[in-house]
Design a protein around this ligand. Structure first.
Ligand code: 5GP
Ligand code: MG
Ligand code: MG
Length: 201
C-alpha cells in the first residue's frame, strides 16, 4: 500500500527493507538545528559549506530554516567522496580540487549528509584549516551511525543517530541511484543487487 508519505518511483519497488525517516521529520529536525545554529552564530555570517551531492536536500531545508530566523550566511559547495558502493574505500577524493571563496577569518560550518566512520571529515578538516585559514570550523550532519568504534570525527550539530545500516534517499545514493527518493530508507538486498543499466534499456 502506498500512502502519500511512502511514495517512490515505481522502478524502486522492493529496493528497501524499511522506511527510516520521513521528509517531514527531517524538515522539523532541520528547523531545530537551525535554531541551535542561529543561537551560536547570531551577529556572525557563517559560510555554510555543502558537501555534495548527498547533503544537497538537507542543505536546502537548513538554509530555509535559517532564513526564517533572519540568520545571515554565505553559501559554498564542495564535491568529495570516500565511498565506492556500500563500502568505504578509506581514501577521500576531492573532485575538481578544493575550490572555495576566500574563507580567511570566516566561520565555516560544514554541512554533511552522514558521518559513518568519520574518515571523510577527518581528512577534510585539517586540509581546510591549513589551506583556507578560517576563523572556525564546525560540522552539521543530518545523520550519524551508531558504530562499535567511535567515528574519527564528531559533529557539533547532528540531525539523527541511526543504526549501522546502509541508508538511501533524500539526496543519499547507492551508486548514484536513490537520491530521488523524498524520504530516507534502509536499502534491501534487491536494492543493492539492482543493475542500473536496466533503467536505460
Ligand atoms: P565516512 O567517511 O564518515 O565513513 O563516510 C562518509 C560518507 O560516506 C558520507 O558522506 C556518504 O557519502 C557515505 N556514506 C556513509 N554511510 C552511508 C549510508 O548509509 N548511505 C549512503 N547513501 N552513503 C553513506
Ligand atoms: Mg557526504
Ligand atoms: Mg555516496
Amino acid at each position: 500500500i502506498e500512502s502519500a508519505d511512502r511514495i517512490y518511483p515505481p522502478e524502486y519497488e522492493g529496493h528497501f527493507s524499511r522506511l527510516l525517516i520521513k521528509r517531514e521529520e527531517i524538515i522539523e529536525r532541520a528547523t531545530d538545528l537551525a535554531k541551535a545554529i542561529h543561537n551560536d552564530y547570531k551577529g556572525k555570517r557563517p559560510v555554510l559549506l555543502c558537501v555534495l551531492k548527498g547533503a544537497a536536500s538537507f542543505y536546502l531545508h537548513l538554509l530555509e530554516a535559517l532564513q526564517d530566523l533572519r540568520q545571515g550566511f554565505y553559501t559554498e559547495f564542495l564535491r568529495l567522496s570516500s565511498y565506492e558502493g556500500a563500502q568505504t574505500s578509506g581514501t577521500v577524493k576531492a573532485r575538481g580540487g578544493l575550490h572555495y571563496q576566500d574563507l580567511t577569518g570566516k566561520d565555516v560550518l560544514i554541512v554533511e549528509d552522514i558521518i559513518d566512520t568519520g574518515t571523510t571529515l577527518s581528512h577534510l578538516l585539517p586540509v581546510l584549516k591549513r589551506e583556507a585559514n578560517p576563523k572556525s570550523v564546525e560540522v552539521c550532519t543530518l545523520l550519524t551511525k551508531r558504530l562499535q568504534t567511535p567515528a574519527k570525527c564528531e559533529a557539533k550539530y547532528v540531525g539523527f543517530s541511526i543504526p549501522n545500516q546502509f541508508v538511501i534517499g533524500y539526496g543519499l545514493d547507492y551508486n548514484e541511484l536513490y537520491r530521488d527518493l523524498k524520504d530516507i530508507w534502509v536499502i534491501s538486498q534487491k536494492g543493492i543487487d539492482f543493475d542500473p543499466h536496466k533503467l536505460h534499456g
